[in-house]
Design a protein around this ligand. Structure first.
Ligand SMILES: [Ca+2]
Ligand SMILES: [Ca+2]
Length: 298
């Protein structure tokens, strides 16, 4: 997946770390048989699934099996479509799963075309949940890429497929802290690409769980030259957005973080090199020294 030059420290391939629960029930688009028949088969159970993947009117048979799940490293998989193994071809395209779920799913990314896709869920090495997608064109399997989160999860940022070509998932942001925003992806030129947004925000982060430790500049707009006021030490803030850019012409990795106080007044904090916040005096301070309660993972 590509990275935005305006949003340099987004770790697009990292996965959700927060509030993710178990995967939802089996997809209804495809007829699925598993052996042995039980709700949660062991990783070694062979899954046989039939669906018309390439849209030629004939069901295709998918056989999927996690041969060996090695914890923190990629699992050894068996995957065949119509009796022909595609595991090696997909691995060469970068398809790897760590702690994969025992069953894959059939999804329809775009109801306007006749193909259906396979979705593979993995828990990752350390709760780095992700969903990967594979397309079969009748002759070859193509790895489309992965998005953070689990398909049809009930967590904070589930992966959902509206059927119009988009995949609704999330993005990991490294500006000031490690946090997540809803984001959409789309297949372009055979690969999943992030649909870039100039700014990301999430109103569920309005929890006033941060506190200003040393006076900071709070800008009215995320723009150089915008009016600013001083956020005094002791001010409780919510941080609920990030993005934008400044300083590119000078080689500075500048961004903005959206904050609001207990009155709901919004401010933009000016951020340099992802970790430093501009102080009231116009200097720069490491985020952890400027604000309490920042979330840092991994
Ligand atoms: Ca077919
Ligand atoms: Ca389709």
């Amino acid at each position: 997946m590509k990275r935005s030059s305006r949003f340099p420290l987004l770790l697009l391939t990292a996965a959700l770390l927060l509030l993710l629960a178990a995967c939802a029930a089996q997809d209804t688009l495809a007829e699925t048989d598993t052996a042995p028949l039980q709700e949660e088969p062991p990783a070694s159970a062979l899954q046989t699934l039939r669906a018309d993947l390439d849209g030629d009117g004939t069901e295709d048979m998918v056989e999927y099996q996690v041969l060996e799940s090695n914890g923190s490293v990629s699992a050894t998989l068996a995957l065949a479509i119509n009796g022909v193994s595609v595991a090696d071809a997909l691995a060469e395209q970068g398809f790897r799963l760590t702690n994969p779920h025992a069953q894959c799913r059939v999804v329809d990314l775009d109801e306007a075309d006749s193909s259906q896709e396979l979705a593979f869920l993995e828990d990752g090495p350390s709760a780095d949940y992700a969903t990967s997608f594979v397309r079969w064109d009748g002759a070859e399997a193509a790895y489309l890429g992965e998005v953070p989160g689990l398909l049809d999860d009930v967590g904070y940022f589930p992966v959902t497929i509206p059927g119009d070509g988009r995949i609704q998932a999330s993005i990991t942001c490294g500006i000031l802290q490690t946090w997540f925003f809803a984001a959409e992806y789309r297949v372009e030129d055979g690969r999943l690409q992030l649909i870039e947004q100039p700014f990301y925000s999430e109103s569920r982060y309005k929890t006033l769980d941060k506190e200003v430790l040393l006076g900071l500049r709070g800008y009215a707009q995320p723009e150089i030259g915008s009016d600013w006021s001083i956020l005094e030490a002791g001010t409780a803030l919510s941080l609920w957005g990030a993005g934008g850019s400044w300083g590119e012409e000078d080689g500075v990795l500048g961004a903005w973080v959206l904050a609001s106080d207990a009155d709901g007044t919004e401010y933009y904090l000016k951020i340099r090199d992802a970790v430093e916040v501009e102080t009231a005096a116009g200097g720069w301070l490491d985020g952890a020294a400027a604000l309490s309660g920042l979330a840092s993972y991994g």
